[in-house]
Design a protein around this ligand. Structure first.
Ligand SMILES: Cc1ncc(COP(=O)(O)O)c(C=O)c1O
Length: 370
């Protein structure tokens, strides 16, 4: 057993972030100040969009973008069933209906073929999720959306800095959304952002995040309080400067581990190998080959025994979540073969930028013992 637990994720935050927050606290200006604006400008520049709108979480970014696009009651939105539930709940919140399409086995992201089959006259938008840090097949998804006049909203909550061909995700569809939750590539504690080249979408998103207000007293549409604080933006500004280096270490750690995992006869690594997609390894994903005679549950026990943390989402296709039935939606007939194969069968190994060479060796050696 390794003496100290190796955690699957830890925020990479230090004195600089602490000092940035201290400055804000002592300034007395906590909301709607200059740091949020500065963070938006720098994040948009990093992703390669004209605009970014900072909000209180990745979930509010999804909800606000859909609302600002005018998606609502009677509309269908195509989503993958292998993602965090917020991708689905944001669609439900605006009164639209989630329609599940299957994933591809090479990247575990939305399958363009399956998306095509799920389009109906009611379809209004597609939400490709760049799962675990892998870019979804954006050319194909955009082409389908273009043929049918659909909105493409990229869920980049697990993909800060992930690239598809020459573009960063979040700049390819009509808009992108990111989360800055504590375990992400970069964090603001809680927080999120919408990226877009659409000036009207950016403007409407700003209105929605601030009680639907235009100016001081006019509530021109239904909004909420989804603002980012100055403290969060101050952390974000420091983290954004570190992101490329944090990603470089995350990628290096993941590739060091996975190059060895690929040699193990029981292991399958569901990471796309084609050139032109820069994976940023939110997860360092590993599966157990069914034909190997080994079981994923035994691998989990083995890792627990050796004090190695791991991620184990998503255990079930999301169309089986009990809340859907409670809302009167019937997905009992839904059976998407690839997601059925994958859900519950992937784990994420520790790969965060704070791991030492010894940690990586421990992880590799322990996997060899399985
Ligand atoms: C794919 C995906 N979408 C949306 C979200 C929601 O982000 P947040 O937790 O910031 O609300 C997450 C968060 O984990 C996520 O992984």
């Amino acid at each position: 057993m390794t003496s100290d637990a190796i955690k699957v994720a830890t925020p990479q935050v230090g004195e600089e972030e602490a000092e940035a927050v201290r400055e804000v606290l002592l300034s007395g200006l906590y909301v709607s100040g200059p740091r949020v604006g500065e963070f938006e400008k720098e994040f948009a520049e990093y992703i390669g969009t004209k605009w970014a709108v900072a909000v209180s979480s990745g979930t509010s970014a999804l909800y606000i973008a859909l609302e600002a696009f005018g998606v609502g009651k009677g509309d269908e939105v195509i989503v993958p069933p292998m993602t965090f539930f917020a991708t689905v709940s944001s669609v439900l919140y605006i009164g639209a209906t989630p329609v599940f399409a299957d994933i591809d086995l090479d990247d575990l992201c939305l399958s363009p073929q399956s998306v095509k089959q799920k389009i109906t006259p009611k379809t209004k938008a597609i939400i490709p999720v760049h799962l675990y840090g892998a870019a979804a097949k954006m050319d194909e998804i955009k082409a389908i959306a273009g043929q049918h006049g659909l909105i493409v909203l990229e869920d980049c909550a697990q993909a800060h800095g992930t690239a598809y061909k020459s573009q960063k995700v979040g700049s390819i569809g009509h808009a992108g959304v990111f989360s800055f939750f504590a375990t992400k590539h970069m964090t603001t504690g809680e927080g999120g952002i919408i990226t877009t080249n659409d000036a009207d979408l950016a403007e409407q998103s700003k209105v929605i995040r601030n009680h639907g207000m235009s100016g001081r007293d006019d509530h021109i549409r239904l909004g909420f309080n989804n603002r980012m604080t100055e403290m969060e933006a101050a952390i974000g500004l420091v983290q954004l400067k570190k992101l490329e280096e944090l990603n470089r270490r995350r990628i290096e750690n993941s590739e060091t581990i996975l190059s060895k995992v690929r040699e193990l006869p029981w292991a399958h690594v569901p990471v796309p190998q084609d050139a032109g997609r820069q994976h940023t390894y939110f997860w360092c994903p590993v599966m157990v080959k069914p034909e190997s005679g080994k079981e994923i549950n035994d691998l989990k026990k083995h890792l627990r025994h050796y004090n190695i943390g791991f991620r184990e989402r998503y255990k079930e296709p999301l169309y089986r979540q009990p809340v859907l039935k409670r809302l009167g939606l019937d997905y009992s007939e839904e059976y998407l073969p690839n997601v059925e194969k994958i859900a519950g069968n992937v784990i994420g190994l520790p790969n965060h930028p704070g791991l030492s060479r010894n940690d990586l060796d421990d992880i590799i050696n322990i996997l060899h013992k399985f």
